[in-house]
Design a protein around this ligand. Structure first.
Ligand SMILES: [Zn+2]
Length: 409
């Protein structure tokens, strides 16, 4: 037990601070030289660490430097969007080595799961040769997920009580983790992206819906049953429209991708239908009446292109959506007093147009005792935050067990 903990501490230090010498590990951890040497020898034997070249020395024999072998294994991360599937294969440092993205046509459970499995098979098949192979799969889903990984409710997919984890574990023979997509995105940005330096941060995922991943003191806060962060359903208009969650005037009705599509579509009768491609891409079938999801994806591209050419109608819509995002952020900042707020998922691509209206609302409305407004950032991992963060959950689980997992393929 103590030995495992020490080994884990040594590995963690090499991951965080490598290249590093045995002497410096001893200095940093307080473990004696002999213990460090034993641990390092085992880590080298296990393929987690390798030694290279020579470090600087103040005289005498030059120390050998130790590196983390981030290619000892790989992990698969999937972002199950409402209208797309994005999958990555990452190394053990979270670097993306393969990426696949397809539009999701149809939201029916069986078809989505088949598409998911197809994507996973492809990614696993593309994993480079390595000692541990693919060590796990993480899936970020747009819904409420309990601690055991059961999807309780995914309103925008129309799913209730879906058990994805046991099925995928049976199919692939590796540990699978199902995570709310905003929590996955928060994990990705916190470990490798815009949130790397902040202990207290809120990641707001804005796609078809809105969710939050809340990091307090470096730890993901998930609440009593694991479902905290459903901020898309906080009320910002007491007498607003009915939301499909049952509440009225929810934030996501005014500040999401869906709201943007609605806003731009208004007064443009029929134009949305023209020019929309019905090619569903990689293996997805084009069943009539089920094209809506893919069309939403295409329309977002179209809106982005129009924003880039300065289309006044689109810019006005983005201004309005940005202001609504700001209104919700006020409540979030009051609730959590975060160091930074990171906006991720698909609307993060509109950062250059959303930043100003968001900031304007915060400047006008945020109570003065909040002091300096927390920094509003857009995700650094771009569209990969959720998929990379989902994979990272499994990497963390794997490294904590120090190589106790099976190998695929
Ligand atoms: Zn709602």
């Amino acid at each position: 037990m103590v030995k495992t903990i020490n080994k884990s501490i040594v590995l963690d230090l090499i991951i965080q601070n490598g290249p590093i010498s045995r002497a410096d590990i001893s200095k940093e951890t307080g473990l004696n030289r002999a213990t460090v040497s034993t641990m390092v020898a085992e880590l080298i034997e296990d393929s987690f660490v390798f030694e290279i070249g020579e470090g600087k020395s103040s005289g005498g024999r030059k120390p050998v430097m130790l590196y983390f072998n981030e290619r000892a294994g790989f992990a698969v991360g999937i972002d199950l969007g409402v209208n797309y599937l994005l999958g990555v294969l990452t190394d053990l440092n979270g670097a993306v080595v393969q990426e696949i993205s397809v539009p999701l046509v149809g939201r029916e459970e069986e078809r989505v799961v088949e598409a998911l499995e197809g994507m996973m098979r492809k990614l696993i098949g593309r994993a480079p040769e390595s000692p541990y192979g693919v060590v796990g799969i993480g899936v970020g889903v747009p819904g409420i997920v309990d601690r055991e990984g059961k999807i309780l409710f995914a309103p925008n997919l129309g799913w209730r009580d879906v058990e994805l984890k046991p099925r995928l574990e049976r199919t692939f023979g590796v540990p699978v983790q199902i995570i709310n997509e905003a929590n996955a995105g928060a994990n990705g940005e916190c470990l490798y992206g815009a949130g790397k330096l902040a202990a207290d941060q809120v990641y707001i995922s804005i796609g078809i819906g809105i969710g939050a991943g809340i990091i307090i003191d470096g730890q993901l806060y998930s609440g009593k049953t694991g479902i905290a962060g459903e901020v898309g359903h906080m009320t910002i208009q007491a007498t607003g429209d009915r939301c499909r969650c049952g509440n009225y005037g929810c934030w996501e009705l005014y500040a999401s991708e869906k709201a943007l599509l609605g806003e731009v579509g208004e007064g443009e009768s029929g134009s949305a239908e023209s020019g929309v491609s019905d090619s569903a891409g990689d293996g997805a079938g084009g069943v009539p009446g089920e094209r809506a999801a893919a069309e939403e994806g295409d329309r977002l591209e179209e809106i982005l292109a129009r924003a880039q050419t300065g289309d006044p109608h689109v810019l006005a819509a983005l201004d309005k959506i940005g202001a609504s995002i700001g209104i919700g952020l006020i409540s979030i900042i009051h609730s959590f007093n975060p160091e930074t707020v990171i906006i991720g998922n698909r609307l993060a691509r509109f950062g250059e147009w959303l930043r100003e209206p968001i900031q304007k609302v915060l400047d006008e409305r945020l109570a003065t005792h909040q002091g300096e407004t927390p920094e509003i950032q857009f995700s650094l991992l771009g569209r990969d935050s959720c998929a990379v963060g989902a994979a990272a959950f499994r990497i963390t689980g794997f490294l904590e067990r120090l190589g106790g997992e099976g190998k695929v393929g």
